[in-house]
Design a protein around this ligand. Structure first.
Ligand SMILES: Cc1cc2nc3c(=O)[nH]c(=O)nc-3n(C[C@H](O)[C@H](O)[C@H](O)COP(=O)(O)O)c2cc1C
Length: 376
C-alpha cells in the first residue's frame, strides 16, 4: 500500500519529498533533470564534472570551473522556480574541487553532496565563502568507518555533516569497493552499511541518513524510511527519464538491458581504482576490454594520485572521461561512447518524465506503478 512519505530537512533546506536525485556525471544530471526534480518537490542534484566544457558550450562563451558551476545552479534553479538545488562534487576531480565548491555557492546552491573519495577538505573550503552558513554539506560514505574519519576531520574545522548519503554496492557510477568479491560480500549490503552508519551518526549528533544504491520504487523507499533513514538518493531511475542528459542510444540500451548486460568494470577499469558499473554493450568499454584504444588522456578531470593512469597504459584502465564526454557529444576526439548505470537498470522498461516518476515513487500514480496487463 502506498504511504505518504515524510518531508526531509537538511540544515536549513526543506525538501517536500524525501527523494534526492543523485548527481550523475558527466552531464547526465544536467540542469533540465535537476531542475525538474526540484520543481516536483524532490532535491535535484547537478554534477560538477566537466561543467567548464558543458557550460562554455551551452552559453557560447568560455567559462572556468567556478563560473560554470555558478551558472549551472542558476540555470537549474530557473527551471525549478527557485526550489532548493544540490551539486554533486567528486573528490577525485581534484584539480577543480575547490572551484566547484565555491562556484556552486556563488550560484546559490543549497546542498553540496561530495564523494568518490573522502571529502575531508570540504568544510575548510566552504567556510571561505560568505554563504557557508546557509549551505548544507553532505558527504557520501560507504561504511561507518569512513563516516567516522570524516566527522573527526570536519569537527576540527568546526562543522559536522548536515546529513550523510550511504551508498551501497548496487549504485551506478563508481562504487567504494575495489574487487567484485568485496562488493558482493553480505557485510557490504546496504542494510548492513546503514546499521554501522546509524551508530556513527548518532554519536555525532544524529544527523539525517540517506540510503542510496539499488532503490527502484515506492516500496523500497518505504522500507528505508521505516529502517530509520530520513530519505533516499536515486540515480538510475532518474537517468532513464526524458529530462536527463543521456542520449537516445543510452536510454534505449537501458530499456532493452537484461541483468547480464550490466557489469562492474574490473578486468579493465576506471583509472581512479574504484569499481565502475557499466552497460557491457558500451562501445568504449568493448574497445577497452580488447585493449584496442591506445593509452591517452587529454582531459585530466578524474585523477588518481595526481594522474590518469590510462594516459600510460591500456591493460588495466580506460580513460572514463573521454568515453563519458563522447556519450554526451562533447568530445572533440573521435572516441566511442561509455555508459554507466546502476545494478537495477535492467528493471527499467520505460522512459518516464520526471513528473511521472516522482508520482510513481510517491505511490501516487497507480497506473504507472502497475503494468496494464495486470489482472485488476
Ligand atoms: C549514470 C550515473 C552516473 C553517476 N555519476 C556519479 C557522479 O558523478 N558522482 C557521484 O558521486 N555519484 C554518481 N553516481 C551515483 C548516483 O549519484 C547515486 O548515488 C546512485 O546511482 C544510486 O544508485 P542507483 O543508481 O541504484 O539509484 C552516478 C550514478 C549513475 C547511474
Amino acid at each position: 500500500m502506498p504511504v505518504a512519505l515524510p518531508a526531509l530537512k537538511i540544515r536549513n533546506t526543506n525538501i517536500r519529498v524525501p527523494i534526492i536525485q543523485g548527481g550523475m556525471g558527466i552531464g547526465l544530471s544536467n540542469f533540465t533533470l535537476a531542475g525538474a526534480v526540484s520543481r516536483d518537490g524532490g532535491l535535484g542534484v547537478l554534477s560538477s564534472a566537466a561543467l567548464d566544457r558543458i557550460l562554455s558550450q551551452r552559453h557560447g562563451r568560455k567559462m572556468n570551473a567556478r563560473e560554470a558551476a555558478a551558472q549551472d545552479v542558476r540555470d537549474a534553479k530557473k527551471i525549478a522556480h527557485g526550489a532548493p538545488m544540490g551539486m554533486n562534487i567528486m573528490v577525485a576531480v581534484i584539480n577543480q574541487y575547490r572551484d566547484s565548491v565555491l562556484g556552486s555557492m556563488d550560484g546559490g546552491v543549497d546542498v553540496i553532496i561530495s564523494g568518490a573519495g573522502l571529502p575531508l577538505a570540504l568544510v575548510e573550503i566552504a567556510l571561505e565563502h560568505p554563504r557557508a552558513n546557509e549551505v548544507a554539506l553532505v558527504p557520501i560514505a560507504s561504511s561507518g568507518r569512513a563516516l567516522e574519519i570524516i566527522c573527526k576531520r570536519w569537527l576540527r574545522a568546526g562543522r559536522l555533516p548536515d546529513a550523510v548519503v550511504v551508498e551501497g554496492p548496487l549504485a551506478g557510477g563508481h562504487i567504494a569497493w575495489r574487487t567484485e568479491e568485496e562488493a558482493a560480500a553480505p557485510a557490504n549490503r546496504l542494510e548492513n552499511l546503514l546499521a554501522e552508519v546509524f551508530e556513527v551518526a548518532k554519536k555525532y549528533g544524529n544527523f539525517p541518513v540517506i540510503a542510496a544504491g539499488g532503490i527502484y520504487g515506492h516500496e523500497d523507499i518505504q522500507k528505508y524510511i521505516s529502517m530509520g533513514c530520513a530519505g533516499v538518493q536515486m540515480g538510475t531511475r532518474f537517468l532513464a527519464t526524458q529530462e536527463s542528459g543521456a542520449g537516445e542510444e543510452y536510454k534505449k540500451l537501458i530499456v532493452e538491458s537484461s541483468e547480464e548486460d550490466i557489469e562492474l568494470a574490473s578486468r579493465v577499469g576506471s583509472p581512479c581504482g574504484m569499481l565502475f558499473r557499466v552497460l557491457k554493450k558500451s562501445p568504449f568499454y568493448q574497445q577497452a576490454l580488447k585493449h584496442e584504444r591506445a593509452p591517452n588522456c587529454d582531459k585530466g578531470y578524474l585523477l588518481n594520485k595526481g594522474k590518469c593512469l590510462s594516459k600510460e597504459e591500456n591493460e588495466k584502465t580506460f580513460c572514463i572521461c573521454n568515453g563519458l564526454l563522447a556519450s554526451i557529444n562533447l568530445n572533440k576526439l573521435e572516441e566511442k561512447n561509455l555508459y554507466t548505470v546502476g545494478a537495477i537498470a535492467h528493471r527499467v522498461k520505460k522512459i518516464l518524465s520526471v513528473h511521472e516518476l516522482m508520482q510513481e515513487l510517491q505511490g501516487l500514480n497507480f497506473e504507472v506503478m502497475k503494468p496494464l496487463s495486470s489482472s485488476f
